[in-house]
Structures are given as C-alpha cells and as structure tokens.
Design a protein around this ligand. Structure first.
Ligand SMILES: CC(=O)N[C@H]1CCN(c2c(Cl)cnc3[nH]c(-c4cn(C)nc4C)nc23)C1
Length: 303
C-alpha cells in the first residue's frame, strides 16, 4: 500500500561515533555506525553524522531554510546524489544522517593528483555521472546553485556523489561566504544579478569539466588575500566571465573543449541541455550508457 512508512525516530544513543571527518566552520561531520537494537538487528550501518548547532541556526535565522532543504533532500534517491537518511535533534543540536562516501571529498582528492588533473577517462566517467545526477535533481526542480569540487564526494568504485553542503554547514555564513566566496563557478547572470534558473548549474558543470581536465578553472580568480588587490582581481574575473573570455590550453582534448564551449554559453538558454550532454561524443566515449540510464530512470525531459 502507499501508506506513508513513518521514518524511524533516531537518537544519538543509537550510534557509535568515530572521528570528525572535517571541521566545517558551522558544523562538524563524524563517521558513525548504528548500534544493534535489543533484538540484535540494524547494527553496523555506517553513515556520516552532521552536527549543526541550533544556536548558530537561530542566530542566522536559517532554521526554516534548513527544515525546507532537509525535506527536499530526504526525498531524493539517486546513486549520484548523496542520500539524507534522516534527521533528529536534541536540545541544542540538529543531527543529519547522511550517506558516507568512502573516498571523501573531490577537491581534497584532486589536490593530491599530478597537476590536480584527472585522466580523460576519469574526467569522462565523472562527467557522465554528474550529468545523470544533475538531470535527476533538475527533474525534481532542485537547482543546486553551488556545483564545485568542494561540494562533490566520491564513494567506493569512484561513484560521484553530489552533496549540497551549501545550505547546511555553510548556510549560516552563507551571505558572508557568497560575498567573498570564489567567483570561479559563478555564471554571468548571477554576476549581473538577474533572475536565474537551472541553467546556472549547466554553466558550473562546464567549469567543472574544464577544471577536472586542466586542474584549474577557466576564469581562475587566483583567490588573493590582500583586500584591494583582491577587489581588483575579482573585478577582472567578473569582466572575463561576463565576456566569456577563457581559452583552452594546447593539450585540451578538442572534443572535450567542444562540450565545455556548449556549456559555457553566456546566454543561459543556449547552454547544452543535460540530455544532449549525455549524448555528446566525448561523454559517450567514457560513459556509453548514461543516456539510456537516465531515460529508463524516467527523469529526462522528453525533449
Ligand atoms: C569539512 C567537512 O565538513 N567535511 C565533511 C564534508 C562532508 N563530509 C562527508 C560526508 Cl557528508 C559524507 N561522506 C564523507 N566521507 C568523507 C571522507 C572519506 N574520507 C576517506 N575522508 C573523508 C573526509 N567525508 C564525508 C565531510
């Protein structure tokens, strides 16, 4: 029957928590394992337990936003989207039970690669998975708005997981972070501050593919730290983004460059839709069946 299965009520006592995996400014994530219940069932389930302090949420008045985002993420089910299994709270903290991604954070893994570059095969496979996960999110009318290596995780077997840390760990500092956050992935329409739609994720996807293959993003803003140079750099970067002023290094695969060009279109309406990304020759070369996967999943626009 379609009777709504009540989500199990969790409490912290049902977990054994391990080390903190990262110290986000506004929350911490611990590796955790569920304890078996009295009948000896349900033990040993590994997850990532994310803590948010209520006092931070109240101070930044984001509790409503977090509740909305949790409701959305609870209903998302896709192999390339990090699962949110449940949530619970005690008097001072909110706990999110998230899927554990065994290989960790994409940007950290990239920092260990030679030149921060993936091979063409690795980048191609990640591209197919990213198109699949994004198509699923867009079919649920979820615009990510913050696609970048910092918000991607990698599971066993190099499965890419889109994780939306933006609203959770960073949300309380969101305004500050966006104000001084990196411009690298920001599309022209967000720089112009005009209304934007799901195509902002397509632009960021183009930036991401470039960075996977080159090791640096095309409008690299060289995050400088002294104020006035920082301001001039940012102004220069914004100008380059608005004009679509970027170029490919000589080693860049022409077919991959073609795909990146079709995503980094100034006019959001001209960016290649995800069903076409999945059918692009360079993607099919490395992930031949992503289009069929997404079609059979029923979340591709029937264009
Ligand atoms: C700074 C910060 O908060 N980091 C959080 C982000 C998400 N989070 C994880 C989340 Cl939410 C889920 N799975 C993870 N796996 C890992 C990880 C695995 N290894 C080998 N190393 C790490 C790290 N991290 C996560 C860790």
């Amino acid at each position: 029957s379609s009777a709504h299965r009540p989500t199990r009520v969790w409490t912290l006592s049902q977990f054994e928590t391990g080390r903190a995996m990262g110290k986000g400014k506004f929350g911490r994530v611990y590796i955790a394992r569920t304890k078996a219940d009295r009948e000896g069932n349900g033990g040993g389930f590994i997850c990532a337990l994310k803590l948010l302090y209520k006092k931070d949420c109240v101070m930044y008045n984001v509790q409503g936003q977090i509740r909305r985002e949790v409701e959305i993420q609870m209903n998302l089910r896709h192999p390339n989207v990090l699962r949110l299994y449940g949530y619970f709270h005690d008097e001072g903290r909110v706990f999110l039970m998230l899927e554990f991604a065994a290989k960790g954070e994409m940007y950290k893994i990239m920092s260990k690669l030679d030149g921060r570059r993936w091979t063409e095969a690795e980048a191609g496979r990640f591209t197919g998975q990213m198109a699949d996960g994004l198509a699923y999110l867009h079919s649920k009318h979820v615009i990510h708005r913050d696609i970048k290596p910092e918000n991607l995780l990698v599971g066993l077997n190099d499965v890419l997981k889109i994780a939306d840390f933006g609203w959770s760990v960073h949300a309380p500092g969101d305004h500050r972070r966006t104000a001084c956050g990196t411009l690298d992935y920001m599309p022209p329409e967000m720089i112009e501050d005009v209304p934007h739609g799901h195509q902002v994720d397509l632009w960021a996807f183009g930036i991401l593919i470039f960075e996977w293959l080159e090791g640096t993003p095309p409008f690299d803003s060289q995050d400088t730290f002294n104020a006035n140079r920082d301001y001039q750099e940012a102004a220069h970067t914004r100008g380059r983004i608005r004009k679509g002023d970027y170029e490919f290094p000589s080693h860049f695969q022409p077919s991959a460059a073609d795909l990146v060009n079709r995503l980094l279109q100034i006019n959001p309406k001209e960016r290649l839709p995800l069903d076409r990304v999945m059918q692009h020759p360079w993607v099919r070369k490395w992930d031949a069946d992503v289009y069929e996967r997404a079609k059979s999943g029923g979340y591709l626009a029937d264009t």
